[in-house]
Design a protein around this ligand. Structure first.
Ligand SMILES: NC(=O)c1ccc[n+]([C@@H]2O[C@H](COP(=O)([O-])OP(=O)(O)OC[C@H]3O[C@@H](n4cnc5c(N)ncnc54)[C@H](OP(=O)(O)O)[C@@H]3O)[C@@H](O)[C@H]2O)c1
Length: 328
C-alpha cells in the first residue's frame, strides 16, 4: 500500500527541524538502551562514536528505562546529561525527550507536563530541550489544555520544538487544527512505529496527516527490535539471547524471511550490514526525516552508521517494498 505523498524538505541527507539550529543527520540514536542493556560506560562510548561520525539527534524519554528492575525512569536522561557535561558536545547534538508515559508521572495535564519538563531539564543538565514530544495521547485532558501547555514552554524558551508520538491519524489531525485555530505553536514532528516489518499502521491515514501538515517523522523500532539485523537466523551468534530476543523473534515468518533475503542481496551490493540497509529504506520513505535505532555497543553502532551517507537505488527500494508488502 503506497500513498501519493511527496518527500520532506531533506537535502544532502540532512533535515532542518523548525526552531532548531543544527540539522538532523540521517540516523537518530535511540537511547532506551541506556541504563538497560547498555551500562554507563557503554552508553558513553556509543554517544562518543555517534557524534564523532556526524550523528546529531539523540532520542530519549523521561520514562526510560523504568522497566529495568530497580529503575524508576529518568536513567537514560541522567546518563545523557553526564555525557553532555563530560564531552562538552551540547552544541553538536539535538536532544529529543518525551513526557506522558512515565509510570510515576503519567499523562499530559498542565501540572504533569511542567513538572516533568523540569525533571528532564535537571537530569539532562540543560536550559532547553530541542524537541519535546507528547509520548502518547491523553484523552483525559482537553487537547486545548496540553497544546497550550506545550505552546507556553516554547514561548518561555524551555523547549525549541514540539512533537507527537503514538497519536492516531484522527487525533493528530485534530491537534493540528486546534493549534492553528487557537494560534498555538504546532507539532512539527511525529514519532511513530514504522519499519520494514510494520508498514500498514503508518502508510495510510497517519502518513497522510504528516504529509498534509509537513510534519517531520522519526520512526521508532527502525530495526524491528533487532530482527532486521538478521542476527536471529544465526542462533550461535553471541548476542541473540538478550532481553530483546523474544520480541524480535516474533517477526520470524515467511514475510520476515523474504525481507531478510532482500536485505541480504542489497547489503552485499553495498558492502554493509542488513540493519544499515533496513534503516536506509526507512530514511527514504515519504515524510521520514531520520529513522531511530539504538545500539548497546560501539560494534553494533558501527554496523548502522553507513546509513548516514547511503542512498538506495529505485530498484533496491522496489525490491524491499515488494518483499515487505502485505502478503503474510
Ligand atoms: N515513541 C515511542 O513510543 C518509542 C517506542 C520505542 C522506541 N522508541 C525510540 O526508538 C529508539 C529505537 O527503538 P529500539 O531501540 O527500541 O529498537 P530498534 O532500534 O528497532 O532495535 C535496536 C536493537 O537492535 C539490536 N541491534 C542494534 N544494532 C545491532 C547490530 N548491529 N547487530 C545486532 N543487533 C543490533 C540491539 O538490541 P540487542 O543487542 O539487545 O538485541 C538494539 O538495542 C529507542 O531507543 C527509543 O529512543 C520510541
Amino acid at each position: 500500500m503506497r500513498h501519493d505523498v511527496t518527500m520532506p524538505a531533506t537535502t544532502n541527507l540532512t533535515t532542518q527541524l523548525p526552531g532548531v539550529d543544527l540539522s538532523v543527520a540521517r540516523l537518530g540514536l535511540g537511547a532506551n538502551v541506556f541504563g538497560w542493556t547498555a551500562d554507563e560506560a557503554s552508553s558513553f562510548a556509543v554517544l562518543d562514536r555517534f557524534t564523532e561520525a556526524g550523528g546529531t539527534m539523540i532520542d530519549t524519554a523521561d520514562s526510560y528505562s523504568h522497566w529495568v528492575p530497580g529503575n524508576s525512569g529518568g536513567e537514560s536522561e541522567a546518563i545523557i546529561g553526564r555525557w553532555l557535561a563530560r564531552s562538552g558536545r551540547r552544541n553538536e547534538v539535538i536532544i529529543a525527550t518525551k513526557v506522558g508515559k512515565s509510570p510515576t508521572a503519567p499523562g499530559l495535564s498542565h501540572a504533569n507536563i511542567t513538572a516533568s519538563l523540569d525533571g528532564s531539564l535537571r537530569r539532562l543538565g540543560l536550559e532547553a530541550i530541542d524537541l519535546y514530544y507528547a509520548h502518547e495521547d491523553d484523552e483525559s485532558v482537553p487537547m486545548e489544555e496540553f497544546l497550550a501547555t506545550f505552546d507556553g514552554l516554547v514561548r518561555a524558551g524551555k523547549v525549541r520544538a514540539i512533537g507527537a508520538s503514538n497519536f492516531t491519524a484522527e487525533r493528530l489531525a485534530d491537534a493540528m487544527q486546534v493549534s492553528k485555530r487557537e494560534g498555538l505553536k504546532p507539532f512539527v514532528a511525529l514519532q511513530q512505529h514504522y519499519n520494514l516489518m510494520e508498514r500498514p499502521a503508518y502508510e495510510g491515514p497517519l502518513q497522510q496527516v504528516a504529509q498534509t501538515h509537513n510534519l517531520l517523522t522519526f520512526p521508532y523500532f527502525g530495526l524491528a527490535k533487532g530482527f532486521l539485523t538478521g542476527k536471529y537466523r544465526d542462533t550461535k551468534a553471541q548476542d541473540v539471547t538478550g532481553p530483546r530476543a523474544d520480541a524480535s523473534r516474533a517477526y520470524e515468518s515467511p514475510k520476515g524471511d523474504r525481507v531478510l533475503a532482500a536485505l541480504d542481496t542489497i547489503a552485499t551490493a553495498h558492502g554493509c550490514s542488513l540493519g544499515c540497509i533496513a534503516l536506509a529504506w526507512l530514511a527514504q520513505q515519504p515524510t521520514v526525516a531520520a529513522p531511530l535505532a539504538s545500539a548497546r555497543s560501539v560494534h553494533q553502532l558501527d554496523e548502522l552508521l553507513p546509513v548516514l551517507s547511503l542512498t538506495l537505488t529505485v530498484d533496491e527500494i522496489a525490491l524491499l517494498d515488494q518483499a515487505s508488502g502485505d502478503q503474510s
